[in-house]
Write a protein that binds this ligand. Structure first.
Ligand SMILES: C[S@@+](CC[C@H](N)C(=O)[O-])C[C@H]1O[C@@H](n2cnc3c(N)ncnc32)[C@H](O)[C@@H]1O
Length: 223
């Protein structure tokens, strides 16, 4: 069993501004642990986490895959980037945290180069204005406010993730039932040539959480 990263350096004050790891985070860790052998056999070179928050998830995958991988993280929240860096240091995982939206600061250089993409997005359904205001404010509300069907932030990323992943790449996404998981899977298959499976699902309070994994449809691997 891979231990949960040490977060003892983070304080209640940090969690006023940065998402505190919760059931969704831990479900993603469990999904990565379930895929441990598969991930190792990929021999990945680049891992990219969008919305790294505390840095718990990338520190965890860093423990699975070791120091030969380049670990990149982005977050719109500058406090989250600071916490991500300190969590990497606390857990001896060398990672880079970039303050920006999605993969925008990196996408030109990462085209079809990323072997592992991770995103636990703000997936909670809210009124649309709340999500766009939260994206602009770059604070704690941006951790959960997801707009219509909880999908307004995720949808933006779903349109560009195919451009990032390598031929052997995989993309792990956390979603809740309200996000309409069958529709997401069908859209990614037909529009972007990414097939998917549900790695894990779990009920947490009122939320029915799932981790989806997308890989390139073998018949559509670029030549
Ligand atoms: C549900 S939290 C997940 C945090 C962490 N990955 C975890 O699993 O505990 C969502 C994170 O996404 C970040 N975020 C929201 N919109 C973003 C965007 N457009 N680009 C990058 N990060 C974003 C938030 O600031 C927050 O840290």
């Amino acid at each position: 069993m891979i231990p949960t990263p040490d977060l003892s350096h983070l304080t209640a004050k940090d969690y006023d501004t940065v998402y505190e790891p919760a059931e969704d985070t831990f479900l993603l860790l469990d999904a990565l642990e379930a895929d441990e052998q598969q991930l190792k056999s990929l021999h990945p070179t680049i891992s990219l986490e969008i919305g790294s928050g505390s840095g718990c998830v990338t520190s965890f995958i860093g423990k699975i895959l070791g120091p030969s991988v380049l670990y990149l993280c982005t977050d719109i929240n500058p406090h989250a980037c600071r916490c991500t860096l300190s969590t990497g240091a606390q857990n001896d995982v060398a990672l880079d945290a970039i303050n920006g939206s999605f993969a925008n600061p990196l996408s030109a250089r990462l085209k079809h180069a990323v072997d592992i993409v991770l995103f636990n997005p703000p997936y909670v359904p809210t009124v649309p204005y709340e999500a766009s205001a939260a994206q602009g404010a770059r604070g704690i509300e941006g951790a959960w406010a997801g707009g219509l069907d909880g999908m307004s932030v995720t949808d933006v990323f779903l349109e560009c993730v195919e451009e990032l992943i390598s031929d052997r790449g995989r993309f792990y996404l956390v979603a809740v039932a309200e996000n309409n998981i069958p529709e997401i899977r069908e859209r990614m298959r037909t529009r972007h040539g990414l097939q998917s499976e549900i790695v894990l699902s779990r009920r947490a309070g009122r939320e029915r959480l799932s981790v989806l994994k997308f890989v390139r449809d073998p018949s559509m691997v670029r030549t």
